[in-house]
Design a protein around this ligand. Structure first.
Ligand code: KG4
Ligand code: ZN
Length: 353
């Protein structure tokens, strides 16, 4: 197979079905999927490492890499079997090559390169966050760019316009902690454990979201940027002050009030951007998109403003390979091919190749 430079673009015009084997290993899920034409998921296998990382209160990069090596072949074999297909029948191999943990990413990238080389198939490197956005194509068949998307994950909080397939304009991003990171840190402080997001979500259901008023940080001169570290510190201060006074903290009220603050900030930014830039729909993506209060808050705000709103099912919000297959398909259709020099890029920026 001819060697091509990463990111080289070659236009294609044919309309035949394209089946992609996708691999994702950027953090603590080893995942493989088979996706047809970017929107039809033939299989979606996820092997989660949560149990082992829970013992350490967070993801341990060395352990993550080792577990990916142990699981990656098994997960791919299962994905092919579930899709009732073989490597010979796939048209391309798509793989997350950044951002993420370098050792974890390298396992998926090396695996994808080996398969593509051995089977003489095109290789397509995919941006993890682009994958999260494209997860929405799987269940919302009418969704086409351009649209406004709020991406909230463990490592990223971005407000973007997907202008076209593979083309993004960033309106705002977090200056410090990502939304999911804030959830995880607050959960640890309350003693709920890892991963914090789903635990806060559950705990908050029993609490009063108006019990404690936390600050809404604004980033001077950047109306669509976010900052969550001040909020996290305010929660930690609240807990410390209560401890010093010998008072018991109501965890459910604290979780609900923290969560409401995050939801209000995210919702305010997204609605303002939709109005200012004239988008009629808000699309939600990333691990935190599973949050029930965020879904409900954005749904209510969108309804009030006459905007459409969509988000993926929880299985496509969490890290998965089906979303990489969706994004990989559009990159493939745009003629993007990765060379054998494809490497893991831990800090890959959205829209960068
Ligand atoms: O997108 P993701 O699976 O991984 C990254 O790309 O970072 O996001 C993981 C993040 C974690 O911080 C996790 O706590 C958060 O998503 N998360 C949630 C919920 N489910 C997962 N946060 C709030 N509420 C949830 N239900
Ligand atoms: Zn992710």
């Amino acid at each position: 197979m001819k060697k091509r430079k990463t990111g080289q673009v070659k236009k294609m015009n044919d309309n035949k079905d394209i089946t992609i084997l996708a691999i994702e290993s950027s953090c603590d899920e080893t995942a493989a999927a088979v996706v047809r034409n970017g929107r039809e998921v033939l299989s979606n296998v996820i092997s989660s490492q949560i149990d082992i990382h829970t013992l350490f209160g967070g993801v341990v990069p060395e352990i993550a890499s080792r577990k990916h090596i142990e699981k990656v072949n098994q997960v791919i074999e299962q994905a092919l079997k579930d899709a009732d297909t073989t490597l010979d029948d796939i048209d391309a191999v798509a793989v997350t090559y950044g951002p993420g943990l370098v050792g974890a990413l390298l396992v998926g990238v090396a695996e994808a390169k080996a398969i593509a080389f051995a089977k003489n198939k095109p290789l397509v490197g995919v941006h993890h966050i682009e994958g999260h956005v494209c997860a929405n194509f799987i269940e919302h068949k009418d969704l086409e760019p351009p649209f406004l998307c709020l991406i909230v994950s463990g490592g990223h909080t971005h407000l973007v316009v997907m202008e076209d397939y593979g083309k993004f304009r960033i309106l705002g991003r977090t200056r410090d902690d990502a939304a999911g990171e804030a959830f995880d840190k607050v959960a640890r402080a309350i003693g709920l454990g890892y991963p914090g997001g789903p635990k806060i979500d559950r705990c908050a259901r029993e609490g009063n979201p108006d019990a404690i008023v936390f600050p809404h940080a604004k980033v001077e001169g950047s109306p669509y940027d976010f900052s969550f570290s001040g909020l996290k510190s305010a929660v930690l201060n609240y807990i410390n002050q209560a401890r010093m006074r010998g008072e018991e903290v109501n965890h459910a009220d604290l979780a609900a009030s923290f969560q409401k603050t995050v939801v209000d900030i995210l919702t305010d930014h997204a609605i303002r951007a939709a109005k200012e830039f004239g988008y009629d729909r808000i699309v939600l993506a990333g691990g935190v998109a599973s949050n029930t209060a965020l879904r409900a808050g954005l749904a209510a705000a969108c309804e009030k403003e006459g905007l459409k709103f969509c988000y993926p099912s929880p299985i496509y919000c969490t890290d998965n390979a089906a979303m990489i297959g969706a994004a990989g398909y559009y990159e493939y259709k745009n003629g993007v091919r990765s060379g054998w020099d494809l490497n893991a890029v831990p800090n890959l920026k959205l829209g960068e190749r």
